[in-house]
Ligand binder design. Structure first.
Ligand code: UDP
Length: 570
């Protein structure tokens, strides 16, 4: 059946249910953005020109909101607790509904069992028949619950699962045996999924799929009126929980206060939290639409380093604020910071909000060293002088999210037998051809130069299409994430299977010697002067890097403002 766009959200609102603050928060959000979604649906509908879209049967099981997982989030909704996840789930539900799919929504293990048709009760009663869904969206908590209650059959059906995973999971952590043997074992990873089945909040690593969420979009009239009504010396602090204001914030808060009136939206019960200085005008935790109003007046939205990678900075920038945030030197990661410890990734977080830093940047975003009071002081003054327009990257608009989720649903297939090793017929292009990596005289490859692209390949239709592939060789110690990025591309893990073979590597002119199970491969070993292939497709990793290795990287082009999609991906 064809999936027809829906602009009426009342059925969805009924499905979400009631009785918890988290559900009320999500429903308020869905209602508030209803008009934006409807407009976006109409635009995307026109853009896709009546293209056939399969209607999918989709189960959405929000694990972290179930009582069985302890539901620690719901009681904190009105108390400054994390809201980013709820923002994202509300938007995922809406996007799937608007795209016209057939949804079942579960927020408890009982509902999960009911929808899956497994007998209620404890223990693992395997689902015996076919899976009654094409797709299951859940999170790590939900995955655990499905394992407990579907037993062995989860293994059989896991290609249908998509895991909403805020910070991302790298392939080395996802492969159970490899993680266990090589020190990548955490409490979360090791599900042996295709890493693209994990869907993140920001495009953190191309190894995962970027799901995202939306922020409110303004029309031209609103944008103009915002710019006219900006209060140049008004700052709002990013931090709705008092603990985010603790320790060492006095210094730069004082500097900030020298120039600007400082506002906060910190949750409090009866009196001002002691962490919040007296000169701060604290509004208490605000409902989302009131926060938007405050941001419309403010010139500056300032982060203190925590929370990491949340939605609020995008909302602030969309409302015409400049976002000022601390640079992390050295970067924070699961190796050196408590918050990330145990998360299935070694991604290095270079500032409070790397997406804002790397994808948006100046003039909307300033990332500075807060320990350097001169640098901080001059940033504040620069911000007061700078005029910016409200800005929202396309990928965070309702239309952008619908477009991306539509493409994933219609094209990503992790159930098809994995044609893991397909020789691509790489035709040489450009000047780099002919450079040898092996041989009596070692001639280093030009740094990150496009070597060629594939053509005439007889393989099942690939998505992203093979025409988007660019093969690069990274520098020593560099990951494919960085190598592709520095050449203006993005690493595309789906393309690894095309470059992981002797035929493709002959183009790079390295002698291919062996295949191993190692998340650095395919790569060129500088020490051994030879190329190694990957033997385990689950370990294809854009993130992997190692000294003395030059990675062979499958890069692809991308659409401006929609990094998840290549130019011919729609
Ligand atoms: N938010 C809110 N009221 C406030 C402060 C924040 O409703 O006073 C909302 C904000 O609109 C954003 C959400 O909280 O969408 C999550 O914000 P944040 O970036 O702090 O991420 P979190 O750590 O909560 O996931």
């Amino acid at each position: 059946q064809h999936a027809a766009f829906r602009t009426d959200l009342s059925v969805l609102l009924d499905q979400v249910g009631t009785g918890k603050e988290s559900l009320s928060f999500m429903k308020r959000r869905i209602r508030r953005l209803a008009q934006q979604w409807a407009t976006a649906a109409n635009r995307l509908d026109a853009k896709l020109q009546q293209r056939w879209r399969d209607q999918k049967k989709i189960l959405i099981h929000v694990g972290f909101l179930t009582e069985e997982s302890g539901d620690v989030f719901s009681p904190k909704v009105l108390k400054g607790g994390p809201l980013g996840e709820m923002v994202q789930w509300a938007d995922i539900l809406t996007a799937l509904h608007v795209l016209g799919h057939n949804l079942k929504i579960s927020m408890s293990v009982k509902e999960l069992q009911g929808f899956l048709g497994v007998p209620p009760g404890r223990g693992s009663c395997p689902l015996t028949g076919p899976l009654p869904f094409d797709l299951i969206y859940t999170d790590y908590h939900g995955l655990q619950q499905m394992k407990q209650h579907m037993g062995l059959s989860l293994k059989k059906h896991k290609c249908h699962v998509r895991v909403i995973d805020t910070f991302g999971t790298e392939p080395a952590y996802n492969h159970e045996e490899y993680a266990t043997l090589h020190g990548y074992r955490t409490n979360w990873g090791y599900w042996n999924l295709n890493a693209r089945q994990y869907m993140t909040m920001f495009p953190h690593t191309p190894d995962n799929s970027f799901m995202g969420f939306v922020s409110e979009e303004l029309n031209e009239t609103e944008k103009r009126s915002i710019q006219q009504n900006k209060v140049n010396n008004m700052a709002v602090v990013y931090g709705k929980e008092a603990s985010m204001w603790k320790q060492g914030k006095e210094g730069f808060l004082q500097i900030l206060h020298r120039y600007m009136e400082v506002h906060g939206t910190v949750y409090y019960e009866t009196q001002r939290p002691p962490e919040v200085p007296a000169f701060v005008k604290n509004h208490g935790l605000l409902p989302q639409h009131e926060l938007q109003q405050l941001l419309r007046k403010a010139k500056l939205f300032i982060g203190f380093g925590f929370p990491y990678e949340g939605p609020a900075p995008l909302e602030a920038i969309a409302n015409g604020c400049i976002f000022l945030q601390p640079k992390f030197h050295p970067p924070h990661s699961s190796l050196n910071h408590e918050f990330f410890r145990g998360k299935p990734t070694s991604r290095e977080v270079s500032s409070q909000h790397p997406y804002a830093e790397q994808y948006i940047g100046k003039p909307h975003v300033m990332t500075v060293d807060y320990n350097n009071s001169l640098e901080f002081d001059s940033a504040i003054r620069e911000i007061m002088r700078t005029k910016v327009k409200p800005y929202l990257p396309y990928e965070y608009t309702c239309e952008g999210m619908l477009e991306r989720v539509h493409a994933y649903i219609q094209h990503q297939d992790f159930c098809a037998p994995d044609p893991a090793f397909i020789p691509a017929n790489l035709s040489k292009q450009g000047s780099a051809g002919g450079t040898r990596i092996t041989g009596p005289l070692f001639v280093p490859l030009p740094n990150s130069t496009a070597l060629g692209w594939a053509s005439n390949v007889t393989a099942p239709p690939a998505w992203p299409p093979l025409s988007s592939l660019r093969l690069l060789v990274s520098q020593e110690g560099q990951s494919c994430v960085e190598a592709c990025q520095s050449a203006g591309f993005i690493c595309e893990p789906a393309h690894f299977r095309f470059i992981n073979n002797k035929e493709a590597l002959l183009e790079v002119q390295c002698e291919v010697v062996d295949s191993e199970i190692n998340h650095i491969l395919p790569a060129f070993s500088v020490v051994r002067q030879e190329c190694g292939l990957q033997r385990e497709p689950l370990l294809f990793s854009c993130a992997g890097h190692s000294p003395k290795y030059r990675r062979l990287c499958p890069c692809r082009d991308f659409r401006r403002g929609q990094v998840a999609l290549c130019r011919n991906c729609l």
